[in-house]
Design a protein around this ligand. Structure first.
Ligand code: ADP
Length: 451
């Protein structure tokens, strides 16, 4: 059953329950109080009848006259004066025992059969006891109650029908935006990933849903593009050394000169090494995407790790000048120990620091370490060539190199690898750069590890 039908049904059932409760309430109280007035009139007649019939008094004839003159006769009104000591009392119909029991307690008793009403009371006259009962019809009150019953039943069906119609229209109206979203999403395929949903102004759930879909499509589109770029870049990067190698081999085969053959072999060796480097980096990139559960995680003091990183970068770039700024370190040493995969984090940070040395032609590189309430940050700042604004958003894509790096050796795999490793540790990387001035790459790692 679709949602619109479910809402309509629920709406109708709820209204039916509420309306029947309300009708029951109205019916119960009308039934209780509709005849109260009529019973009062009957009870007055019981007292007057007892006065006239039971007590010999000077006023009796006056009371009887007043009663005949001013007290209207009720429809089918009858009076019964019964001897209380007699067990066989004769009234126009069998009255229940509870009615007589009430009379015997001395209070006024009431009884009703359809629209015929009875009121009765016990009176004592000297040694004898009497029961006075007056009965009559109340056609008006009874008719009113019947009318009310009809109105309530018709009202019930009418309101259930109305709530069904209103519920149906309402649910269709409310679900219209959702149907539009489904219709639009169905149209989006791999070939037209650029399509987006219409987002209506406002902050309701439907706008949020459309916005969330659009954000997801943005991410999907970027992932698709990155993947396409990755494949074309990777094949280009791998094909170039292979083309050079086969060219050199052909040249060496044609040429018998030993010196030229030697040169060709040296070139082939270079290109083979380049291929190996690219393939090793690619393997690292692929492996860093694993969830990390099978890799060793240990508590590492980050300040000590930074010294190790400085030493290993100095080995590769002997000219590099790296200073580590510990001025913002916390007093509590424990905040410096993080549970990490040491080899991977070392690889990620070494990539960032050696980039800073490489792209600044070995100008001073600063590494600042700082802790906050729930994370530890390592900021690597250089005074190098910077990254052009248009390139910044792409530098984490595999094989992407900024337009100002032609004179620097590199493959564009280091940063994506670092990002994967940091993400594996639930951390993030922020980047600030200005072309010609310098770059700051900040790595944030959470203090509490998930492993
Ligand atoms: P590469 O092997 O080209 O250095 P990376 O993946 O390490 O590859 O870096 C990707 C690109 O990011 C680089 O080609 C460069 O354009 C840019 N980049 C990274 N770090 C810096 C930096 N410190 N200064 C300037 N550009 C940088």
């Amino acid at each position: 059953m679709d949602i619109a039908k479910k809402i309509t049904l629920l709406f109708a059932i709820l209204s039916a329950v509420i309306i029947s409760l309300l009708s029951g309430f109205v019916w119960y109280f009308s039934n209780e109080f509709a005849f109260e007035d009529f019973y009062k009139r009957l009870e007055a007649r019981v007292n007057i009848a007892a006065q006239i019939k039971l007590y010999e008094d000077d006023n009796n004839s006056v009371v009887a006259q007043m009663r005949n003159q001013y007290l209207e006769r009720l429809p089918s009104e009858q009076e019964f004066i019964l001897d209380a000591s007699q067990t066989e009392n004769k009234v126009d119909r069998e009255l229940p025992k509870s009615f007589y029991d009430k009379i015997n307690t001395g209070s006024m008793a009431r009884y009703r059969v359809e629209n015929h009403f009875y009121a009765g009371k016990f009176f004592r006259n000297g040694p004898k006891g009497y029961i006075v009962i007056v009965s009559a019809n109340d056609p008006f009150g009874f008719r009113e109650l019947r009318d009310l019953q009809k109105i309530l039943i018709i009202g019930f069906f009418l309101s259930v029908f109305l709530s069904f119609v209103v519920g149906w229209r309402f649910s269709n109206y409310m679900l219209m935006p959702l149907r539009n979203v489904i219709k639009s999403v169905k149209k989006i395929k791999a070939e037209n990933l650029h399509m987006r949903l219409d987002v209506k102004k406002g902050t309701d759930e439907m706008s949020q849903l459309a916005q969330t879909f659009n954000n997801m499509l943005n991410r999907l589109e970027t992932a698709f593009e990155t993947q396409n770029n990755f494949i074309s870049n990777a094949s280009h990067e791998l094909r170039t050394p292979l083309t050079i190698i086969s060219g050199e081999v052909e040249l060496a085969l044609k040429n018998g000169d030993a010196q030229k053959q030697h040169l060709a072999l040296a070139k082939i060796k270079d290109e083979a090494e380049r291929l190996e480097h690219i393939l090793t980096s690619l393997l690292g990139l692929a492996q860093s995407g694993f969830n990390g559960k099978n890799q060793p995680w240990e508590l590492v003091r980050m300040d000590e790790l930074l010294w190790e990183i400085k030493a290993s970068v100095n080995q590769v770039h002997p000219e590099s000048k790296i200073e580590i700024d510990f001025s913002k370190l916390p007093d509590d040493d424990e905040l410096l120990s993080l549970k990490i995969n040491k080899n991977l984090i070392k690889l990620a940070l070494t990539n960032i620091v050696s980039n800073a040395c490489k792209y600044s032609n070995d100008k001073l590189v600063n590494i600042a370490i700082e802790t906050s309430a729930n994370s530890l940050s390592i900021a690597v700042t250089d005074q190098g060539i910077g990254i052009p604004q248009t390139d910044i958003q792409h530098i984490f894509e595999p094989f992407y190199r900024a337009s100002n790096t032609n004179s620097f050796k590199g493959y564009g795999i280091g940063l994506p690898l670092s990002l994967n490793i940091i993400r594996l540790h639930r951390g993030s990387i922020a980047i600030k750069s200005q072309e010609g001035i310098g770059t700051e790459i900040k790595v944030l790692l959470p203090l509490t590890s998930i492993y």
